[in-house]
Design a protein around this ligand. Structure first.
Ligand code: 13P
Length: 255
């Protein structure tokens, strides 16, 4: 089966009001969307449930983080089980902002991934190298090490619940997008890594999406790469052009 194209919108710590959140949803609810693409949007946790209640049913909702413990004295955390109980199907884990600003290690990300799949959630698992790592030729090594921790923590069948987001740190929020050749090269390296570390089937079936300054202007070319199975979009997911990114694979009807 071909891999279903996937477009996620990571709202990060946006928008700043419930009214703006409703306006973002209205744009998506009114848009002509390519429903062959899996569409997931990820608002701040306070908006997860109200957003899920007003967004059209073809659009899924993702949390931006969860904790690996089920419950207990962990102030400020939300568990994977609580997300599942609230009907939230996806969670983003290991985003570079969480790794750098909140010091999450690959082992913690792996524990969270394990807890999320055990709770029945699907995971958008983020990996990516810094500019210094890319320039020193360490990109494949860095993303392989980030994935190694998860490979050790979950079972082969759990990979059916994982989408890998390759997000080079130097491309996030910088306006500096990876070229389609750079994205393809790393996506292929991730697929080759999965073949060896997990299995050829998991490598073939797992969606590997690209994130980092994706916009309406660059999404088409990136989407043509054979190992680019979609996008995780930050800044542009808050703008009307997000509709064009969702529709990157849409075949125009002949007139
Ligand atoms: P930008 O699209 O704003 O570069 O952010 C990408 C990202 O971090 C998505 O998770």
């Amino acid at each position: 089966m071909p891999r279903q194209f996937f477009v996620g919108g990571n709202f990060k710590l946006n928008p700043t009001s419930r009214a703006q959140k409703q306006a973002l949803v209205k744009v998506l609810n009114d848009a002509d969307l390519d429903l062959n693409t899996e569409i997931v949007i990820s608002p701040p946790s306070i908006y997860l449930i109200p957003l899920k209640e007003i967004v059209r049913k073809e659009i899924k909702v993702a949390a931006q983080n969860c904790y690996y413990k089920d419950n207990g004295a962990f102030t400020g955390e939300i568990s994977a089980g609580q997300l599942a109980d609230a009907g939230i199907p996806y969670v983003i884990l290991g985003h570079s902002e969480r790794r750098t600003l909140f010091h999450e290690t690959s082992e913690e990300v792996a524990q969270k991934t394990k807890a999320a799949v055990a709770a029945g959630l699907s995971v958008i698992l983020c990996v990516g190298e810094t500019l210094q790592e890319r320039e020193s030729g360490a990109t494949t090594k860095v993303v392989s090490e980030q994935l190694d921790a998860v490979v050790k923590a979950i079972k082969e069948e759990d990979w059916a619940k994982v989408v890998i987001a390759y997000e080079p740190v130097w491309a996030i929020g910088t306006g500096k997008v990876a070229t389609s050749a750079q994205a393809q090269e790393t996506h292929l390296a991730i697929r080759e890594y999965l073949t060896k570390a997990v299995s050829p089937k998991v490598a073939e079936d797992t969606r590997i999406i690209y994130g980092g300054s994706v916009n309406a202007g660059n999404c088409k070319e990136l989407s043509l790469q054979p190992d680019v199975d979609g996008f995780l979009v930050g800044g542009a997911s808050l703008k009307p052009e997000f509709v064009d990114i969702i529709n990157a694979k849409k075949v125009k009807a002949k007139v």
